[in-house]
Design a protein around this ligand. Structure first.
Ligand code: FES
Ligand code: FE2
Length: 367
């Protein structure tokens, strides 16, 4: 049983106008009460572009992938003209999820009674349900979802977008040291389920490199942490760090070549990250599963060709970093659940991106 909370009171316990030096972090209830997750679903996630996949998953007409975000089932399919389209993956007959997983299909056929939709989402067959013409008048096609592309990435909007994704993110693209998408090719997807609230993972990402020296011993010798810098945008932030001038050697993990000269870590409100370092790019999608569980989807991209040995070593090194973050996120969630911890404070020199995230949430909670 979760303790009853007064939602408005808990929102206001975070004083978003305080300067970071005096501000308290959001109370534990933001991370432990399912009422906050319900609020976030409608006040945050429904109003933002959410990244769900990649263009390379859709190569030929009929290629599709499907998924669920906080209970919204979606399917993305390449139509006959080669354009990606997104629909709620919900049959108009009795609400069954039509497609599952990913693959290629001529048409989307509901497994329950065989209602069939074309790649444009149009109902084309409804066995024994009467003439198609009269069904069509009742608008029983799959319901469309707004879709946008950003470089090799595909995003959906489950509400009414106020601005095109590209426009929103143009200033971020200009802030990257190098164009993040140039010549990169998808290599591999890795998924990490974590027993923590989705915001715990995001907070960890947005602490301005504060935890790197303590949590990531392998990575820390490769980065010039003293030169870590953060830029705050409207609904994004970018953390940048040059490589160390004399990197420590860790031949087994091959960290040095992996990081290259410079690392850029971009976060896009609320739940997406694009990381660019050396020849690598990876994207991280944070998917809330429940109030104290989330799934992180890592998609790795590489610039140009590389020998398999290097790719594998790099992915092992990256996995090590993720395991270190996962362990710390578990510990944070345990403290948040304790009932003893209420609110923390910020380290002002580093944690401005995290404060920025909390202020964006706070503003959305109050609309
Ligand atoms: S629910 Fe889809 S065909 Fe009946
Ligand atoms: Fe980390």
């Amino acid at each position: 049983m979760q303790p009853e909370i007064d939602l408005d009171e808990e929102i206001l316990r975070f004083q978003s106008n305080d300067p970071i030096e005096r501000a308290a972090t959001p109370p534990a209830s933001w991370y432990t009460s399912s009422r906050f997750l319900d609020l976030e679903k409608n006040a945050v996630f429904r109003n933002q572009w959410l990244f769900v996949g990649r263009q390379d998953q859709l190569q030929q007409p009929g290629d599709y992938f499907s998924g669920t975000f906080l209970g919204w089932p979606y399917v993305v399919v390449l139509d006959d003209e080669g354009e990606p389209r997104a629909f709620y993956n919900i049959c108009s007959h009795h609400g069954t999820c039509v497609a599952s997983g990913e693959g290629t299909t001529e048409q989307l056929v509901c497994p329950y009674h065989g209602w069939t939709y074309d790649r444009q989402g149009k109902l084309t067959k409804a066995p024994l349900a009467g003439p198609l013409q009269s069904l069509r008048q009742r608008n029983l096609d799959l319901k469309p979802i707004e879709l946008s592309q950003w470089g090799p990435l595909i995003a959906l909007h489950f509400g009414n977008p106020s601005a095109p994704l590209e426009t929103e993110l143009a200033p971020l693209l200009d802030t990257f040291a190098d164009h993040p998408f140039e010549n990169v090719q998808f290599v591999r997807r890795v998924m990490y389920p974590i027993d923590c609230n989705w915001k715990v993972f995001v907070d960890n990402y947005l602490d301005g490199g504060y935890h790197v020296a303590h949590v990531h011993p392998g990575l820390t010798g490769q980065l010039d942490i003293a030169s870590y810098r953060s830029t705050l945008g409207e609904r994004w932030s970018l953390q940048s760090c040059p490589a160390a001038s004399s990197p420590s050697s860790d031949a087994s993990a091959d960290f040095a070549r992996r990081v290259g000269q410079h690392a850029d870590y971009a976060w896009i409100y609320p739940n997406f990250m694009v990381n660019r370092y050396g020849p690598w790019m990876d994207t991280n999608t944070v998917i809330p599963l429940s109030v104290d569980r989330c799934l992180i989807v890592f998609d790795y991209f590489h610039e140009g060709a590389a020998e398999t040995g290097f790719l594998e070593q790099s992915l092992i090194a990256s996995d090590q970093v993720q395991q270190e973050d996962i362990e710390i996120c578990h510990r944070v969630q345990a403290g948040l659940h304790s009932g003893v911890y209420q609110q923390g404070v910020y380290a002002p020199r580093c944690e401005a991106p995290m404060f920025h995230f909390h202020r964006l949430l706070h503003a959305d909670f109050q609309v």
